[in-house]
Design a protein. Structure first.
Length: 382
């Protein structure tokens, strides 16, 4: 039986090659309000059916929906799909308000359908390698991690004409939902991989601090926001978000510290992924990094055995494996790798960080989406 996939958002086709590399899976529908662009993309990629109206696609015989639309549409479209009996893979972030996250969680639980967050940075090969090394105990007990997303995204807030100048006041959705927000509005690329290295833990509280506005005062987002996530275990994760500063991009910087060793991703200018492990009798002054590439024998087997076709799927090959996990969850072979509870908690960091930074860095408690049966339960506990 072929699993039929529909994608809403014709500019979000990064998972297309992944689905095509999996037997008995086919992308059969593409939906976008821009009808001409949708038809052009469908013709280019051999997708047989196009829709301008999302509800019309949901009425078709597809089995699952990939939501690749702007952030503020993710929860409404996910809920519609789930209520139509369709499985859902949603781009990040999961939602844009705390109410939405509770609606999403409750709908997933009541529908019985698969929901998975498409946080593809979790599938970067080096992040998977570090997760495997953590599970094997190579870093000892891990207790601190960092994630950074440094991406000058100011141009994405406006539409440009062919001459490269701004088309009047024709701003995009990003001007409000991203650069119009304060705090860590886009945390999941930085947070997701690190949270997976702290498997079984959860975020207990969030504090956020901003630098103020120095580079471009058109936006409500501050130049840099630093967010501290205290885990229930007492361990700590630090996030830096910077989408305004004049600097080279570095969208996948991570660190991890454990009792037996540490990891750092590249900073640029020829840097590379590197690790350090404690040696018996070694003086701390003699500690030296070694290339992470020396430890590739610890890479998960499916990454070691990936075909050229799978590696070509995008995002360093991660776009194939995230699709594979989603399809396997639909088939009942495994649980969603990034389920609705992860999606809500990681997204809630954005929402709580905005409240925190607006209140001078006040610590905001994270609701436990797994234990609470509803938003009302959480309010009663508070």
């Amino acid at each position: 039986m072929t699993i039929k996939i529909g994608i809403v958002g014709a500019r979000g086709l990064s998972v297309l090659q992944g689905f095509r590399s999996i037997p008995d899976t086919e992308v059969v529908a593409l939906c976008d309000l821009d009808e001409g662009y949708c038809q052009m993309q469908a013709k280019q990629h051999g997708i047989p059916n196009t829709f301008r109206i999302y509800e019309d696609m949901l009425e078709s015989d597809i089995d699952a929906v990939v939501i690749a639309t702007p952030m503020h549409l993710h929860v409404p479209q996910a809920i519609q799909a789930l209520e139509h009996g369709k499985h859902v893979m949603s781009e990040v972030t999961a939602g844009v308000t705390m109410d939405e996250l509770w609606w999403l969680k409750e709908t997933v639980e009541s529908s019985g359908m698969v929901y998975m967050l498409a946080e593809n940075y979790c599938y970067i090969p080096e992040n998977q390698l570090i997760m495997n090394m953590v599970k094997k105990g190579l870093f000892g007990e891990v207790y601190f991690g960092e994630g950074e997303y440094l991406h000058n995204a100011r141009d994405l807030a406006y539409r440009f004409n062919r001459e490269g100048t701004v088309e009047g006041v024709n701003s995009t959705w990003r001007k409000y939902w991203q650069l119009g927000k304060r705090g860590a509005f886009y945390p999941t690329h930085s947070l997701g991989p690190v949270m997976q290295w702290f498997e079984g833990d959860r975020i207990k509280s969030v504090s956020c601090f901003g630098t103020g506005w120095h580079t471009d005062k058109r936006f409500r987002q501050e130049d840099t926001s630093i967010t501290m996530c205290q885990l229930e275990s007492g361990k700590l994760i630090k996030l830096r978000l910077d989408c305004l500063s004049n600097r080279p991009h570095n969208m996948s910087y991570y660190t991890l510290q454990g009792t037996k060793g540490s990891f750092e991703a590249p900073r640029g200018l020829g840097d590379q992924h590197k690790v350090y492990f404690v040696s018996e009798g070694e003086h701390s002054d003699d500690a030296q990094w070694k290339p992470l590439s020396d430890l590739y024998e610890h890479m998960p087997e499916r990454y070691k055995n990936a075909t050229d076709e799978q590696k070509s799927a995008g995002h360093w090959g991660g776009d194939y494996f995230i699709v594979e996990d989603f399809v396997n969850a639909i088939k009942g072979l495994q649980k969603p790798a990034i389920d609705v509870y992860d999606a809500c908690e990681w997204t809630a960091v954005a929402l709580l960080s905005e409240l925190s930074v607006m209140n001078g860095g006040r610590t905001m408690d994270m609701p436990d989406f797994r234990k609470s049966t509803s938003y009302a339960d959480q309010i009663i506990k508070l």
